[in-house]
Design a protein around this ligand. Structure first.
Ligand SMILES: C=C(O[C@@H]1C=C(C(=O)O)C=C[C@H]1O)C(=O)O
Length: 116
């Protein structure tokens, strides 16, 4: 795993064997021996972690809503899926994010479907 490689080459043990450098642990995990860069990376990672939590929450909320739409529609005699709507969503993501957007939208749509 790439993380393992980066951590093995980290410098905290090499540069701070006594562990007296307060940024030493961070340095080990950030993949750089430069303490200023390590501090900046730690700060940026805090925001990345917040963003990831939000993405996960929104992902789960979207999947639940999508499943509710499907259940509501089927209970009223409608179809489980509406492919024209799915095409609109795929296009929205493709326009905003390119080919990766298409892949992301496919995953979102799959999460909302649950097991077919
Ligand atoms: C949620 C719906 O049902 C299904 C799920 C969709 C989705 O996850 O966005 C889109 C179209 C439908 O196939 C809907 O019709 O809006």
């Amino acid at each position: 795993m790439m993380t393992d490689v980066a951590e093995q080459s980290g410098g905290a043990v090499r540069n701070d064997p006594a562990g007296t450098d307060p940024t030493g642990a961070a340095t080990a995990r950030t993949g750089t021996d430069d303490s200023a860069a390590a501090e900046r990376i730690v700060a940026i990672r805090k925001r990345i972690d917040e963003i990831d939590r939000t993405i996960i929450e929104l992902w789960q909320e979207r999947a639940a809503l999508s499943q509710e739409v499907g259940a509501t529609r089927m209970a009223s005699g409608g179809t489980r899926l509406v492919l024209s709507r799915e095409r609109e969503i795929l296009e929205r993501f493709r326009e905003a994010l390119g080919a990766d957007g298409t892949q992301l939208a496919l995953l979102l749509l799959r999460a909302g479907r649950g097991p077919l």
